[in-house]
Design a protein around this ligand. Structure first.
Ligand code: CTP
Length: 408
């Protein structure tokens, strides 16, 4: 696949749910899927029943690399990803072609097929690329429906003018796939963190005892990786400074691999130098072995004493070096959550802290988590959700607080 150009890199890692409706322009949507994927998007196609009269689901399955969804009543598909989960999956719902019928049904809040139900059950932005006969487009009913959807926040991509499949000429042609793709990139370019650079630490650190042993902790890095991805999706340029994890690099994010707390400190200070926001999700080992053995330690005696020395506190060092950075910390606590979190907020001079309970199987290495976020003069609880969802919510909150401070 072709490499995305710099301006299209904003699409990398974005999730687009492409609704395909029943119009002749549906054949162009297969190319649209390819164009979006070339630019790094993940595309999930949802077809209406009418769309399948024009193009077969297999075509979309082949170009999107994912099974097409077309029904609320497909038990196997629902078991794999229920429609409510599917409604939360995308960063954007793009309907191309959007027919007069679908536009009318969305304007009136119908939920009588999978696509209309997803639109109703989702809080993600919706973009419509209309395609219809020029008289249908110009009809006051269609125009009123489009106006209703725009007033609710839908983005209109097109239609263009020109020769139509029915032989007439006028407004109502679906935009070309490349034009739609560029418009989608521009929509994402409007993210609240567009042009903002973020350095984020994640995962555990490893502190060597000898060449084969180390001290570490249970952090999986999932929360940090989810947050990094969500920040990128808000338009930020994200550098993820990661301790050893089994996770894949989120699309569009730059990862710097480190092992020890000291390496993490160096990489974070380096990256913080050209970042506006610095976030510490890493579970940094508080102590390291004073003098790791050069060779493997042999089991000669019954006991073994290790002298530990304190590691530098990465976020405090960042704050010292960059007093103007917007610094966000995490607090993992087994008791007195709010008290400890507020103490860390003050001691480390953070702009925000996200606290969560740990122990008894909570948070560490789990897919779900809940957060209580504090800042000077405010707080917000983010109830239990998948780390992906929580990452999005926390990224939104960070963007809000950061923008407010930048505007002040
Ligand atoms: N942190 C850091 N450098 C360290 C230790 C922690 O940057 N050496 C960051 C973490 O990434 C997190 C925050 O500080 O954002 C809080 O970490 P936590 O371990 O909960 O707090 P500590 O300050 O280490 O306090 P304690 O272990 O006593 O709870």
């Amino acid at each position: 696949m072709q490499k995305p150009s710099a301006s299209l890199s904003i699409l990398s890692g974005r999730r687009v749910l492409l609704g395909v409706c029943g119009g002749i322009a549906a054949y162009k949507s297969a190319d649209l899927v390819r164009r979006l994927r070339e630019s790094g998007c993940e595309v999930q196609v949802v077809m209406t029943a009418e769309a399948q009269r024009f193009v077969g689901a297999q075509t979309f399955q082949a170009v999107s690399g994912r099974p097409v969804r077309d029904s609320l009543w497909d038990e196997a598909a629902e078991a794999a990803m229920g429609h409510i989960e599917l409604a939360r999956w995308p960063d954007l719902i793009l309907i191309a072609p959007a027919t007069a019928n679908t536009i009318a049904r969305l304007a009136h809040g119908h939920a009588d097929d999978l696509l209309s139900t997803l639109c109703l059950a989702s809080d993600r932005p919706i973009a419509l690329a209309p395609a219809m006969n020029r008289l249908m487009w110009a009809h006051p009913a269609t125009q009123a429906n489009v106006a209703t959807l725009i007033a609710r926040g839908a983005q209109l991509l097109g239609p263009g003018s020109g020769e139509q499949a029915c032989g007439e000429t006028g407004a109502g042609r679906m935009w070309e796939p490349l034009q739609i793709r560029d418009a989608v990139a521009a929509l994402f370019g409007d993210g609240p963190l567009n042009g903002v650079r973020v350095a984020i630490t994640a995962g555990p650190t490893r502190e060597p005892i000898d060449p084969v042993r180390f001290i570490t902790n249970r952090s999986s890095g999932k929360m940090g990786y989810a947050l990094a991805q969500a920040l990128h999706q808000l338009g930020a340029e994200v550098t993820l400074i990661s301790g050893p994890t089994a996770l894949a690099v989120p699309a569009g994010v730059r990862r710097v691999d480190v092992e020890t707390a000291e390496q993490m400190l160096d990489a974070t200070l380096h990256s913080a130098g050209h970042s506006q926001i610095v976030i510490g999700t890493a579970a940094v080992a508080d102590y390291r072995v004073a003098a790791p053995a050069e060779h493997k330690i042999k089991k000669k005696s019954d006991g073994l004493d290790l002298t530990l020395v304190k590691n530098p506190d990465i976020l405090s060092e960042v704050r010292k070096a960059f007093p103007d950075a917007f610094v966000v910390g995490f607090a993992a606590e087994t008791e007195k959550l709010a008290e400890h979190a507020l103490e860390k907020l003050t001691r480390k001079r953070l702009d925000m802290i996200a606290a969560n309970w740990v122990g008894d199987g909570r948070a560490f290495d789990q897919d779900h988590n809940a957060l209580h976020v504090f800042w000077n003069g405010g707080e917000r609880e983010l109830p239990s959700a998948s780390k992906t969802e929580l990452g999005r919510q926390l990224a939104d909150l960070i963007a809000q607080r950061y923008t407010r401070r930048a505007d002040a």
